[in-house]
Design a protein around this ligand. Structure first.
Ligand code: GLY
Length: 376
């Protein structure tokens, strides 16, 4: 018998730029003509039905006019599309249209688009490059940065996917002006999460300014608020990701509010938007955290008031049974040794780190059940 040792140690540089600005198609085209487009023969723009109409077709025309070989592929807008069947549909369309390993994906849209298109990129031809062009507040705050790509399954969200980093991220603030009001609120949940876990002065900035974005023409009239929010979100997120890309520990903090949030998003059959579910999850982690002595009553009230100012819910839907929520928590990715784990904020602008260095803690099912029942 023989025995071999396959030595495959790697040094990988997955660094990339995030560019925040307005109307960034010219910048993207200039980049594609430069080093970003090196070695690429063909582009697949992947988007959803809403963004296709608003930006996808325009980008397609611009790229065709500039002489690029490009296809435009879209799927119906909504979280319901973030499934394996849509991934398969995109892959088959790309294969039929002649895409191979020298192709590059440009994902243009919100979090559903970038999660799905990034996952396609990570497995198509065993991995082709992709670029994220983010057009939503939600996507710019979370999904477009950090390389988590995934699809949902009937059991829970984001269970199937991989960590695969984009080559560049563009955050187009001008596109926020075309968001309907509910999508502005939806996007602000991840922003509030970042402030709760990492930055007290950002939290105070949001307390003073968040409502202005929900006024008629609020996004258009307050470009400086949008820019500050986009930059803070990127900075808070990439500082975490660059220290713990694969979520060995620190990256769990980006799960604040998501333990309950993801569970109720699935339980609602996606009638709750991701941001709405996270908002409820944020309010509940604050209230559970108060019981554990991590935040004061006044701090909880401030968190809840900020979520409400953003036009987001803070309570479980009446139709949801506490027991169903508790059982759904077992599908969370943080579950270890059969125990449900939570991340908590400590005061405002900090995350709780435990004595063993961990950022999440296992809680007894009974305690979770009783507390959810009490605060729901
Ligand atoms: N959305 C949480 C993360 O990127 O880790």
């Amino acid at each position: 018998m023989s025995k071999f040792y396959v030595e495959l140690k790697k040094v990988v540089d997955d660094s990339y730029d995030i560019e925040v600005g307005r109307n960034l198609f010219d910048t993207l085209i200039k980049d594609l003509k430069g080093s970003l487009g090196e070695g690429i023969s063909r582009y697949a723009i992947i988007t959803d039905s809403n963004v296709r109409r608003l930006y996808g077709e325009k980008l397609y025309e611009r790229l065709v006019n500039e002489g690029f070989i490009v296809d435009l592929i879209s799927f119906p807008a909504g979280e319901e599309s973030k499934v394996r069947a849509t991934k398969e549909m995109i892959e088959d369309e790309m294969l039929t249209k002649g895409h191979r390993r020298d192709s590059c994906i440009i994902a243009i849209g919100g979090g559903v688009v970038t999660d799905l298109a990034g996952f396609v990129a990570g497995t198509f031809g065993r991995g082709i490059p992709f670029i994220n062009y983010s057009t939503s507040i939600l996507g710019s705050a979370d999904a477009s940065v950090g390389g988590k790509t995934a699809v949902d399954t009937p059991l829970a969200t984001n269970l199937i996917g991989l960590i695969y980093q984009p080559k560049k991220v563009y955050i187009d603030l001008a596109s926020w002006e075309t968001l309907p009001k509910e999508q502005i609120s939806n996007g602000l949940a991840e922003t509030i999460k970042h402030a709760c876990l990492a930055d007290k002065s950002f939290f105070e900035f949001l307390e003073a300014n968040i409502e202005k974005l929900l006024e008629p023409n609020g996004i258009h009239n307050h470009p400086e608020i949008c820019e500050h929010i986009a930059e803070k979100n990127c900075k808070i997120k990439y500082e975490v990701v660059k220290q713990d890309e694969r979520e060995a520990n620190l990256r769990q903090i980006l799960n604040l509010g998501h333990t309950i949030g993801r569970a109720i998003e699935t339980l609602s059959n996606y009638s709750l938007l991701h941001g709405e579910a996270v908002a409820i999850g944020l309010a509940m982690q604050a209230q559970i955290g108060e019981k554990l002595g991590y935040v004061t009553k006044e701090e909880v009230e401030r968190v809840i008031a900020l979520i409400e100012k953003a036009g987001l819910p803070t309570k479980l839907l009446d139709s949801m049974e506490t027991e169903d929520v508790v059982q759904k928590l077992y599908t969370d990715k943080k579950v270890r040794k059969g125990k449900i784990r939570f991340v908590f904020q400590e005061g405002i602008g900090q995350i709780k780190q435990y004595e063993d260095g961990n950022y999440s803690i296992a809680l007894e099912e009974d305690f979770i059940r009783k507390t959810i029942e009490e605060v729901r």
